[in-house]
Design a protein around this ligand. Structure first.
Ligand SMILES: O=P(O)(O)OC[C@H]1O[C@](O)(COP(=O)(O)O)[C@@H](O)[C@@H]1O
Ligand SMILES: [Mg+2]
Ligand SMILES: [Mg+2]
Length: 362
C-alpha cells in the first residue's frame, strides 16, 4: 500500500474518539505522548553502543533488586518527561521506581494513571536482541485528578479488567507499537523516514492453531506438575498424546514473545514455580501481565495465572509478581485444565497457596 494511503496513529485515534462524542481529547493526547516516549527509546536502542546506551547504570539497583541498565533508566526518564506535562495524568508507576510518581507543579493533573515497564527484556540490550516497552492506562480514582491529592500505591491496585488501554512497543528489526483501547488490537510500524507510527496490522488476532511454546526450560526442576505435564506432552511430539511436533522458542523478552504469538500463535509460560519462595512468579502483574493480558484477550487469545484469568486478579501491591500463561486460547485453556485436574497441583508448597503468605510479596 502506498504510504499516503496508510493511516497514522493520530488519524487512528481521532477516528476512535468519534465513538465517544463527549471525550475531551486527553486520552488521545496521552497515547500520543506514550508513542513519543517509545520513539525516543527506539532512537536510543538504534544507536546502541554508538550512543553510549549499553552497560549498567553505575551499579544502580531497582526495587526488584535487579541491576539497572543505562537504557532502563533513560527509558524510564523518557516516559516521565514526555507524559508528565500534558494534563491527562494524575500519576505514574514504573518497574524502575519504588514509589508512584507525582505529577509536579506547574503541570495540571488529569484523570488517568499510567503504569509501565519502560524497557522489557533488559538482558537483551547489550547483545543486540529485541527489547520493548509495555504500558497500561487506568482511570485515576476520584480526588486525585485536577487540584487533587497525591496518588498512592493503592490507587494503582486495580484489576486488569479495569484497564482503559494497554500496549507495547517492540524495538526489533522494525519498531512497532501495538495498542488496544478496548476495541481490538492494532499494530503500527514506525516509518523510519517520517518517524511516525503507521497502521500496518489492523485488528490483530491470535491464531488458534499452534505448534509453538515458549518457556525458560532451565527452570524445569522448579515447575509445578501441570506445567511439567503440558511441556512433556509438547516435547513428546507426534509420538505423544498431542500427536504433533512442537517447536520451542525463548527470546528472554516477554514483549517479543507476545508479539510472535500475536502474529503466528503459540503459548508463553512464565509460571509460578518453587525457585524462590519469596517470588510467586517472575513477571510483574501491573505493568507486564495485565497489559499483555488485555491485549491477548482483545485479540481472541487468553491470559491466565493457570488458575484464573490474569485480568481477574485483584492486585495487592504495586510491584507484585505473578505466574503467567498466555497465547492461543485452546492451549491456555488446556494448561488451566491441568491446573484444576492434576492431583496436588494446588498445594505443591503451602507457602504458595493463593491466600497465604507469599501472595502479598513483591
Ligand atoms: O530469561 P529469564 O532470565 O528467565 O527472564 C526473561 C524474562 O524477564 C523479563 O526480561 C523481565 O522483564 P525486565 O527486563 O523488564 O525485568 C521478561 O521480559 C522475560 O520474559
Ligand atoms: Mg519486563
Ligand atoms: Mg523492564
Amino acid at each position: 500500500m502506498p504510504f499516503h494511503q496508510r493511516k497514522t496513529l493520530t488519524q487512528f485515534l481521532i477516528e476512535e474518539r468519534r465513538r465517544f462524542p463527549d471525550a475531551r481529547g486527553d486520552f488521545n493526547a496521552l497515547i500520543l505522548d506514550v508513542a513519543t516516549a517509545c520513539k525516543q527509546i527506539a532512537r536510543g536502542v538504534a544507536f546502541g553502543a554508538l550512543g553510549g546506551m549499553h552497560g549498567s547504570a553505575d551499579g544502580a539497583i531497582n526495587v526488584q533488586g535487579e541491576t539497572q541498565q543505562k537504557l532502563d533508566v533513560l527509558s524510564n526518564q523518557a516516559f516521565i518527561r514526555v507524559s508528565e506535562w500534558g494534563g491527562s495524568l494524575a500519576g505514574m508507576a514504573s518497574e524502575e521506581m519504588e514509589q508512584p510518581y507525582q505529577i509536579p507543579a506547574p503541570y495540571p493533573r488529569g484523570k488517568y494513571l499510567l503504569v509501565f515497564d519502560p524497557l522489557d527484556g533488559s538482558s537483551n540490550i547489550d547483545v543486540n536482541v529485541s527489547v520493548g516497552s509495555i504500558f497500561s492506562i487506568l482511570r485515576a480514582p476520584e480526588g486525585t485528578g485536577e487540584g487533587g491529592r497525591d496518588v498512592t500505591d493503592t490507587d494503582f491496585l486495580q484489576a486488569g479488567r479495569e484497564q482503559v488501554a494497554a500496549g507495547y512497543a517492540l524495538y526489533g528489526p522494525t519498531t512497532m507499537l501495538v495498542l488496544t483501547v478496548g476495541n481490538g488490537v492494532h499494530g503500527f510500524t514506525l516509518d523510519p523516514n517520517l518517524y511516525d507510527f503507521m497502521l500496518t496490522h489492523p485488528d490483530m488476532r491470535v491464531p488458534e492453531e499452534t505448534q509453538e511454546f515458549a518457556i525458560n526450560a532451565s527452570n524445569s526442576r522448579f515447575w509445578e506438575p501441570p506445567i511439567r505435564q503440558y511441556v512433556s506432552e509438547c516435547l513428546a511430539g507426534k509420538s505423544g498424546s498431542r500427536g504433533k511436533d512442537f517447536n520451542m522458542r525463548w527470546i528472554a523478552s516477554m514483549v517479543a514473545e507476545a508479539h510472535r504469538i500475536l502474529m503466528r500463535g503459540g503459548v508463553f509460560m512464565y509460571p509460578r514455580d518453587t525457585k524462590d519462595l519469596t517470588k510467586p512468579g517472575r513477571l510483574r502483574l501491573l505493568y507486564e501481565a495485565n497489559p499483555i493480558g488485555f491485549i491477548m484477550e482483545q485479540a481472541g487469545g487468553r491470559a491466565s495465572t493457570g488458575r484464573e484469568p490474569i485480568l481477574d486478579v485483584q492486585p495487592t501491591s504495586l510491584h507484585q509478581r505473578i505466574g503467567v500463561v498466555f497465547g492461543s486460547r485452546s492451549e491456555v485453556e488446556r494448561i488451566e485444565r491441568y491446573h484444576h485436574e492434576l492431583p496436588g497441583a494446588e498445594l505443591p508448597n503451602p507457602l504458595f497457596n493463593e491466600r497465604s503468605l507469599f501472595r502479598l510479596s513483591a
